[in-house]
Design a protein around this ligand. Structure first.
Ligand code: PMP
Ligand code: GLN
Length: 388
């Protein structure tokens, strides 16, 4: 017998985040690789969830999500962006942003039809699109600016495009797309029938007073956009895996159908905790942003002194930097060496590119306590500048 599993998945290595985290644990390295905070978010969310675990409800919630959470997600979009979504028909609660993305992709991707991804690409997007049999077209962003232009968009998006998937603030590039870039995207998309899936899980992590601009707020775009959110990111509770899709009923209803057969629903206690958070704890993400901006600045200054070519970072948990001034090695080998020899784990940026290039950049996660960032810099200093 020869088993023939789906090559999209059987051919994949273990995720880069798991790989580097496991290696970091093995070598007792500080993990600035996988993006997760080292302090849990507000206690009140955890208290609401704990109470609900003990007292119930503990049976299947509605597949669309608990009404309390759908209401809260709707009120959040109205409060921060003036976007109106009907909690009955336009919001679906999912098990994390990852499931929200999968539901939205499955809602839009069709075998043999074009689906546009932006590269560098967060790791979960491509395998799901590939598994559907859709034809992937790629919009490539280049360092150091990682900017979207009308020209690169036009090269990939056209009459055959079913959907485009964008991410802002962007992992790993740290870009928060500007109004000009979003206007260029809207202009190109509005000439087609394409829908845009907008991964906005880092919506509250934009620095230096820059705005987070949902593409859905641009004229004509609300009806074209499926927005992806994640409570894990908003409330520093990444293990909770509570996310959502918001969009016009015509599209959200299809994402709801695919969600029905991926997870069907999401633990009710966690949904109630997140509903509480979106209603009562929105100071938390704002304070987190200020704290992480400071971390970003400390990290950027510290690694620039060592010879890393630090790229601008406007948002997200991540700072990217070039390593050509430090080594002739490729990013992956460099990261593995740093874990073993310097005691700091990073992520090679080539993991976000299909062809594996460029391969001379690394990603630092700075969603950690300031002392951890400082200790990482000091370890790197000892390693790269041993005599100083
Ligand atoms: N999109 C991006 C860009 C991410 O970095 C992540 C990682 N957390 C996700 C989606 C997934 O979010 P969640 O953990 O809620 O599944
Ligand atoms: N989003 C996280 C990151 O980019 C990883 C989440 C995961 O490991 N799936 O680091």
């Amino acid at each position: 017998m020869t088993v023939r599993p789906n090559p999209v998945f059987s051919g994949l290595p273990i995720s880069i985040f798991q790989h580097m985290t496991m290696l970091a644990q093995k070598h007792d390295a500080i993990n600035l690789g996988q993006g997760f905070p080292d302090q849990d978010g507000p206690e009140s969310l955890r208290a609401v969830a704990a109470k609900s675990l003990v007292e119930g409800p503990n049976q299947y919630p509605p597949s669309r999500g608990l009404p309390e959470l759908r209401q809260a997600v709707s009120a959040h979009a109205a409060r921060f962006y003036g976007l109106t979504y009907d909690p009955e028909t336009e919001i679906v609660i999912t098990s994390g942003g990852t499931e929200a993305l999968a539901s939205a992709i499955l809602a839009m991707a069709v075998p043999g039809e074009e689906f546009v991804l932006v590269e560098p690409t967060y790791d979960s997007y491509r395998p799901i699109v590939e598994a559907t049999g859709a034809i992937i077209k790629t919009v490539k962003l280049s360092p150091p600016g990682w900017r979207l232009t009308e020209q690169v968009l036009r090269e990939a998006i056209g009459p055959k495009t079913r959907a485009v998937l964008i991410n802002t603030p962007h992992n790993p590039a740290g870009r928060a797309l500007s109004r000009e870039e979003l206007e260029a995207l809207a202009k190109v998309v509005l000439e087609t029938d394409a829908v845009v899936i907008c991964d906005e899980v880092y919506e509250h992590l934009v620095f230096d007073g820059l705005p987070h601009i949902p593409l859905a707020t641009l004229p004509g775009m609300r009806e074209r956009c499926l927005r992806i959110g994640s409570a894990g990111k908003i409330f520093s509770l990444t293990g909770w895996k509570v996310g959502w899709v918001s969009g016009p009923a015509e599209l959200a209803s299809v994402a709801f159908k695919s969600h029905q057969f991926i997870t069907f629903t999401t633990p009710p206690a966690l949904q109630l905790g997140v509903a509480h958070g979106l209603t009562h704890e929105m100071d938390f993400p704002l304070a987190t942003t200020a704290r992480l901006q400071k971390n970003r600045d400390i990290l950027a200054a510290g690694i620039a002194r060592l010879g890393f070519e630090v790229l601008p970072c406007e948002g997200s948990y991540f700072l990217t930097a070039g390593i050509s001034g430090l080594t002739n090695e490729k990013d992956f080998a460099f990261c593995e060496r740093l874990i073993r020899e310097a005691g700091v784990a990073l992520i090679p940026l080539s993991a976000f590119f299909k062809g594996g290039t460029p391969d001379t950049y690394v990603r630092f996660a700075f969603c950690k306590q300031q002392s951890v960032i400082e200790e990482s810099i000091s370890r790197l200093e000892k390693y790269f500048l041993p005599s100083s």
